[in-house]
Structures are given as structure tokens and as C-alpha cells.
Design a protein. Sequence first.
Length: 398
Amino acid sequence: MDDRSDSVEDKQEMKAAAGRSAAQGGPLDSLVAEQGTAEHIERGEELAEGLPMGEAPKGVIGQDEATPLVSIIVPVYNVEEFLDKSIRSALTQTYRHIELILVDDESPDDCPKICDRWAEQDGRVQVIHQSNGGVSAARNAGLQEARGEYIYFMDPDDEIEENLVERCLSAMDNTGADLVMFQFDTIGESGAQLESSYKHNDYDESKLLTPQEAIKLQIQSEINGYFWAFLAPRATYVNQNFSFPVGRKIEDMARICNIIGESKRILRIPDVLYHYRLRSGSAMGIISASNTSDWFQAAEDREDYIRERYPELKSYVALQTLNVLGNTDFETIRQNIVYGLNIDPESRMKFKNRVQAFLDDLEGADLSEKVKAFVDIFKSDKEDAPDSGLATSQAASR
């Protein structure tokens, strides 16, 4: 930072020198590590457990130039209670040639200070401070700065296994895959493992998939729409001018097929490498008008990509989407959309047009009675619907 004193800059240079010395097997590392520890004791800061001061700076990790750099991108906002554990799990990877990009999205708590402190302790950490723009904006900023040959996204309140990066790269080398997906479990706020059963984890052997096969599984929700559940080359993102949709919460579902679809070989391995933390107050745990609206927009984005890139799958996507909606409690959905969400006429018409596009793609396929009922609801004209506030109140009182 620009306002550092000369003494702090000197200490930072000593820590960088320690990293270079460590990479070269020199004796300076232990000396500077001691001075770095003394500095933190003097400032009343606790040294990160298991991470020595003077970690090698970016580009000097004790690896040869042929070793791929992996960029781990973490959007950070309002997670001070969990951030240290999350960062530590990334930096203690058995694969050391990484850069950790922490994007502080103008977090109102102590997260900015925590990020800066880790950057001072480990030269592989880069911190971006930006005005609040949401998860998508933070991820986009990190992706723009990433230098790694491979990209991995993780969330700031979750934790990863220490061999995640090594395991994925090894699997790529052994199979020729250019995207590796893995399993995950759920932990509570205390870190205790919680019982969970995800369709995403319903396999026990490694399996290679074509992009078409993986897209079908994603549409069926057998592959979850989480960017933290796979590692992929940076080229997959850059070559298609990729970006997350800013201002929306269902960003993963909106874009995951873009990455799957631009891959050549997808490998699923039965290793639990990610620990998803279930906590109160998380954005996805809140049912709201914006979340529901974002879900429909994400589904539309996903389908638009598939219709353009893999037109042979458009009938499959249409049928699966209508089946999912038709097998849901569509009366509840109808009340939320028509009444509770106060959708404007233009958005309502856009959704009805999307349903009609699905029907056109199916070309008269035999639909279940539930799907037919769902389609009838949203094809009907809602301009004469009763006052939304009254309907919402009535629905809430049931």
C-alpha cells in the first residue's frame, strides 16, 4: 500500500528475500522468519498457524518454469468469522505453485484488514479492494488479474482439502481431461460435518464425459451449478470472453454450462475435496423475489447458450426444464411470481415467451399432465390478476 512506512517496506523486502532464499535452499529464511514473527508480536497480531513468515513471493515458489501456476480466486464480503480458515485451507495446499487472489468487495467488517494481513504474510496472496458490486463483480475482477494457467474459484466461508489442486492436476495428467469435477460435503458454522445427500455426489467411480454428456447431467441437477466444484484451464474462460452476470445472485447456474461446453474432456472424480459451509444469513439461504427472478434469468442464460452452442440438445433442455417446473409445487410458484414478486408486464410476457419457445423446441412431444398444467398457468393472461399485495397477504396467512 502507498502509505506504508520505510521500515515496513524494508521488512517486506526481507520477507521476500527469505522466500527467494528458501526457494534456493539458502540460510536467510530462518533469520527473516524470526524477525517477521517478532514484528507481528509487536503489532499484537497472531501469526497464521502453519504458514511461515517469508513465504516465497509470486513467481518464486521453488518450482521450475514448466510448473503451471494455479490462480485461486475468492470474492470476500462480510465473512470475518470464517475467512482465516478459508484462506489457510487455500495456502496450505500440497501444490505450492499458486496465487491466491482475495477480492474485497467493500466488506463492512474486518475482512479487508484480514486480507491485507495475509498478503503481508504470504507473497502468493494478492488483494483487490473494490467498490461493492456483488459476487459476480468480485469474481470478474479476480479473473481479470489472474495469471495462472488454471483457475479455481472458492467461497470465502468454505474450506478446501489440502490436496485439491494437486489431485485435480494429477487427474488431468493421467486422463487428458481439461476440466476436473469433484465431490463436496457440508459443514456447519462450527466446522462440524453435517449430514447431506447431494445428487452431485451420487457416483463412486471416476468417469470421463463429453461436454454434451456433462451438460445433460447439469440440466438434470446431477451436476450442481457450483464453480467451486471444479478446476479448469484459464484458456477456457479467456477464449470465450467469459464473465459472470453482475447484479444477480444465481451467477453459477447462469454460466456453468459455458465452461462445461467449451471443455473437451470432463472428468468426475469421487473425491470429497470441498467443504461447503451451511450458515444462517447466507444469500442463497434466503427465499426472496430477487432470488426467484434471478433463478429464471439464470435458466434462460443457460438455455440460450446451449441452444446456440449445442442446438442438438435444445429439445432435451426444454423437456427437462419443463419437467422440473411441472413437478414443483407450481401453484406456490405461480403465487410468488404473479403476486408476491410484482413482476412487471414486460417480464411476465418474456417468461411466457420462454415457455412457448420450450414448447416449440419439443415439437408436439407428449407432456405429462403436471407439465401441461404448469404451461397453462403461465400461458394464460394475468393482466386482470387481483391486487398483488392482497394475494400475497392471503398466501402468507395459509
